[in-house]
Design a binder for this molecule. Structure first.
Ligand SMILES: [Zn+2]
Length: 615
């Protein structure tokens, strides 16, 4: 036996290591070195069998190996960045298949979002704003909904007058608007004003406008402040917030052609940091000839693009929203609609924004031209109409363009009031559902109070959809604000998963426990299943050799933490295509340095770290 001096021991160990490496693969040559290797982690691959692994390697943007430490160590070369997993859970990069990052950026650049939680907070916000603006200037509040105000109702005209008597005020509730007296008169809305097509100017018993407008946004369009151009810096900032939340891919769910162009500019400038598929909203969908012309003159084909930016589906809007009482429902809202929605008629059941014939005609054109069609539709009766349209379209002979007619993946967006009959029909037609569990969390309490807990039992009924065989993606519909938990809507993927798996509302009440899905299923709905919505299942959504190297290291054990911990879990590190795009430790360090020096946080992202650095 040879006694090793420290120096000899080093040499000996190196020789031994060479021997071990050689013997572990006697016939295989060493693979080319990876750009990034992660060891000692608990990797949830989210592959078909939901296998776990300990290590992974990424080379040229894609996973080169997924397996044990030993299997993956062979991929470490002189320039490989090696990350120690320290037993942490790793999941595929989250796919948020429904965001409005373009709108978030535009709104943020104009007026930073504030989450207003009570009517008084709306008033306080107005009292802060009015002195800053000349009398008579229009003021639009940050987006809010009656379900999200503690009072569970719209602010009244009188409450708005009290806070802002000299400025026209609009409380923006998306498809509904609450106006003060100055806004009514500036917009020329009087007791004589007729309802616009598909919309309503709400009037009291005496025939006076109450200040509430439903689906009548066109009347106010010219009073909306416009942003010149698109602030690319702000869009980039929104994307960085996504990376910090572990989101590596998004689907923009309703952009204009200009919005797509903005993404292209960002990409061409080398500043696109999350992968994006852009849904294009069809304007003037009420006229078939216009729809046809629009589809025929689109400057790109369906799915055109690359792994960073793709032209996505075409979007129609079929009804309104359940937060404001404009979803098209099979059964009326009933008496509960009075408080929450200010709807006096107990037989009101919302409405379609297009006629069934218009919806069917637009779907038929989109289908025939080879595009995937996605429809905003929240009420159960609205879903019936959209499924009618899809079924009729599928009976036609589509042209040769696009994916096969049997795999067009037309999608119901929202589809909140789930029943097993529509779910079975959607499954039979191959229709997918894109839906938002965090609305159950945020709005479930107010909706249960207004519509009854029974009706909420299957609200966003993921289990019913899955049991029927419908493919489901869960996502967030992020529209305003930069804070993942305080935005409208919160875009923390782990909050979405918390809601899908617990059915708990913000107050802690469990509504419709039978619709809860497992963590495994919920994770699929934000990764591998979500990838199918943009025809990307071969390239992303799971951690498998050959797929894009997108993954997230979480700060706790996803499969085993208590339910309450789920929604507070965070991404420690987010990797897109093998490049570390977000690192919490580094952000924290940078923030404290900034605090010490008073310097401004650099708006530029970190470059790719190079070299055989272990951390
Ligand atoms: Zn949306």
């Amino acid at each position: 036996m040879v006694i090793l001096t420290p120096a000899l021991r080093r040499v000996g160990l190196a020789a031994l290591l060479v021997a071990v490496l050689a013997s572990s693969a006697p016939t295989q040559p060493a693979p080319p070195p990876a750009d990034l290797v992660l060891l000692d982690a608990r990797v949830l691959t989210v592959d078909e069998a939901f296998r776990t692994a300990t290590a992974l390697a990424v080379r040229d943007g894609r996973f080169a190996a997924v397996g044990s430490n030993d299997e993956v160590r062979r991929h470490i070369g002189a320039t490989t960045r090696v990350i120690e997993g320290r037993g942490r859970t790793v999941v595929p990069g989250f796919i948020d298949s429904h965001v409005h990052a373009l709108d978030v950026a535009r709104a943020e650049a104009m007026q930073p979002f504030r989450n207003l939680r009570t009517v008084k907070e709306v008033q306080d916000w107005l009292r802060l704003e009015t002195p800053k603006r000349p009398k008579g200037t229009w003021i639009w509040t940050p987006r809010t909904y009656p379900t999200r105000l503690r009072e569970h109702r719209f602010p009244t005209r009188q409450e708005l007058d009290a806070a802002a008597p000299d400025h026209p005020v609009v409380v923006d509730c998306a498809y509904a608007f609450a106006l003060n007296t100055a806004a009514l008169s500036a917009a020329g809305i009087t007791r004589q004003t007729a309802n616009p097509a598909g919309g309503a100017i709400v009037k009291d018993a005496a025939g006076e406008p109450t200040g509430l407008l439903r689906n009548a946004g066109a009347i106010l369009a010219r009073f909306r402040p416009a942003v010149e151009g698109m602030p690319l810096d702000m869009l980039e900032r929104v994307h960085r917030q996504y990376l910090a939340a572990g989101i590596t891919s998004v689907i923009e769910r309703g952009a204009t052609l200009q919005g797509f162009e903005t993404y292209r500019q960002l990409k061409n400038a080398g500043r696109l940091q999350v992968r994006a598929t852009v849904t294009i909203r069809v304007p003037e969908a009420n006229d078939a000839a216009t729809v046809e012309r629009f589809v025929d003159t689109l400057p790109f084909k369906f799915g055109e693009g690359d792994e960073w930016l793709k032209a996505g589906p075409l979007k129609l809007v079929a009804d309104g929203g359940i937060l404001i009482g404009t979803s098209f429902m099979r059964k009326p809202f009933g008496r509960g609609g009075r408080e929450l929605y200010a709807i006096d008629d107990p037989d009101d059941r919302g409405f379609l924004t297009l006629t069934p014939a218009q919806i069917a005609a637009a779907i038929a054109i989109i289908h025939r031209r080879g595009w995937q069609m996605v429809a905003h539709v929240t009420g159960d009766a609205g879903v019936d109409v959209v499924l009618d349209g899809i079924e009729a379209a599928q009976k036609q002979t589509p042209g040769p363009a696009g994916p096969p007619a049997t795999d067009r993946r037309h999608t119901v967006i929202h589809g909140y009031f789930v029943n097993s009959e529509s779910a079975a029909r959607a499954a039979r037609l191959g229709v997918l559902v894109d839906t938002q569990p965090a609305w159950h969390y945020k709005d479930g309490d107010a909706l249960a109070q207004a519509l009854g807990a029974d009706r909420l039992a299957h609200f966003i009924g993921l289990k019913t959809l899955r049991q029927a065989g419908v493919e489901v993606a869960i996502n967030t519909d992020h529209m305003f604000g930069l804070d993942s938990n305080d935005a409208l809507n919160p875009f923390n993927p782990l909050l979405t998963i918390y809601s899908a798996t617990t059915r708990r509302t913000e107050s802690g009440r469990v509504l419709g426990p039978d619709e809860a899905v497992t963590r495994q299923d919920a994770l699929r709905m934000m990764t591998s299943a979500a990838a199918r919505f943009s025809f990307d299942e071969k390239h992303r959504g799971s951690i498998e050799a050959g797929k894009l190297g997108d993954f997230v290291i979480l700060d706790d054990h996803f499969m085993t933490v208590p339910a309450d911990r789920l929604r507070t879990m965070r991404a420690d590190l987010t990797v897109v295509g093998g490049r570390v795009a977000f690192e919490r430790a580094r952000e924290t360090e940078r923030a404290s340095k900034r605090e010490r020096s008073g310097a401004r946080l650099s708006e530029r992202p970190e470059g790719t770290a190079r070299g055989p650095r272990r951390e």
